[in-house]
Write a protein that binds this ligand. Structure first.
Ligand code: SF4
Length: 352
């Protein structure tokens, strides 16, 4: 048992001051951090419990039509919020495809963004891992790496980011609000997570003490509600991280795609926005040919990092399927087995 201080600040300013000390970590839902502590992968000397900070558990519609989601909103509460699910159905679908019901009840929006990779070598303290212990090497390079990255990886780390939630957020231009020692700033969700390069231990744009206080979606994200889906392929239908996933969102008018948003999960150390694919889709007639062209564009820079060449073709197939489903129209009910390519739209979880 490692000894640590436990602090429960009353204000955001106090929380930032407490968490700026070396060795400190924020505690919210704890669904990842406590596992990391039990496995001695993370050994914080101070836990700053932010669960009772006021005002961070709200979902607010903004005057400009956007929505602001407090960092302490629970994943389940957001997914089951009727107004939110109606306006951002792919995000609700992604949330419901993540983890288990119990974990979704505890996990928070902010924590979901910052969860650690699920690379097995990262969780095994007997393994070499540059991300856990910089400079020690990467046992995944010659190990069991079939689920590792095919985009944006480096010789130093080939891990993927495990979040489902972040994938449609990246596609829909979400913005992350951060409070830090120098005040408030915002970053695009697309730039919150870093690719590994030579410093895989630095996996986000956050500095010590930085606290995510909210995630914001712009009003334009609502315009895709009629044609958006999140599709996740995993090794078993319940409670597994994505092998590959895709969030696809379209606007369609007069038989043409007028705008497209596409992001991938399970392929890189960050949710992967596929802008080349989006450009290929803009102005196209919704068709399998257009989707296949987009899928090729999305993976044009992909390279296996090990025994995972299959993920490149799988990702292309998932893109085609996700775009086909999105073009067919958002179902009025999220499937009972959300985001499974094998599920039908029967057995609703919630009604739009
Ligand atoms: Fe560590 Fe990254 Fe290598 Fe996994 S892939 S062992 S997280 S350095």
């Amino acid at each position: 048992m490692n000894a640590f201080d436990y602090i429960r600040p009353a204000t955001i300013a106090d929380a930032i001051a407490a968490a700026s000390a070396p060795g400190a970590a924020y505690l919210a839902g704890g669904t990842n951090l406590l596992d990391l502590m039990k496995g001695r992968i993370a050994q914080p000397t101070r836990l700053v419990d932010i669960c009772r900070l006021p005002g961070l558990d709200r979902i607010d519609t903004l005057p400009d039509g956007g929505v602001r989601i407090g960092a302490l909103v629970r994943n389940a509460d957001l997914a089951h919020d009727r107004d939110f699910a109606r306006d951002f159905p792919a995000i609700a679908e992604a949330l419901l495809s993540g983890a288990s019901a119990q974990l979704r009840n505890a996990a928070t929006v902010g924590g979901n963004l910052l969860q650690q990779t699920r690379c097995a070598y990262f969780y095994d303290v007997a393994s070499a891992c540059n991300k856990r212990t910089p400079g020690t090497g990467c046992d995944a390079r010659d190990g069991d790496n079939r689920l590792h990255a095919v985009l944006g990886w480096s010789e130093h780390c080939i891990a993927t980011h495990p979040s489902d939630f972040c994938v449609p957020l990246a596609a829909l231009d979400a913005v992350v609000e951060i409070e830090g020692r120098n005040g408030r700033r915002e970053v695009a969700l697309e730039t919150l997570h870093r690719l590994p390069g030579a410093t895989p231990e630095q996996d986000s744009a956050l500095a010590p003490g930085d606290l995510i206080v909210a995630v914001r979606l712009p009003a334009t994200a609502r315009t895709f509600a009629a044609h958006e889906r999140y599709l996740k392929v995993r090794e078993r239908t319940s409670y597994a991280f994505a092998v590959v996933s895709a969030a696809a969102a379209l606007t369609i008018a007069d038989g043409k795609i007028t705008a497209a948003r596409l992001a991938l999960g399970g392929v890189a150390a960050k949710p992967w926005r596929a802008r080349e694919a989006e450009a290929a889709l803009a102005g196209a007639t919704p068709s399998r040919t257009a989707y296949e062209r987009a899928a090729q564009a999305a993976l044009v820079g992909a390279t296996p990092s090990g025994d995972n060449a299959f993920k490149i073709e799988l990702a292309q197939r998932i893109i085609v399927r996700a775009l086909s489903l999105a073009a067919a129209g958002t179902p009025d009910r999220v499937p009972a087995l959300p985001a499974s390519p094998f599920s039908s739209a029967t057995g609703a979880v919630h009604v739009l």
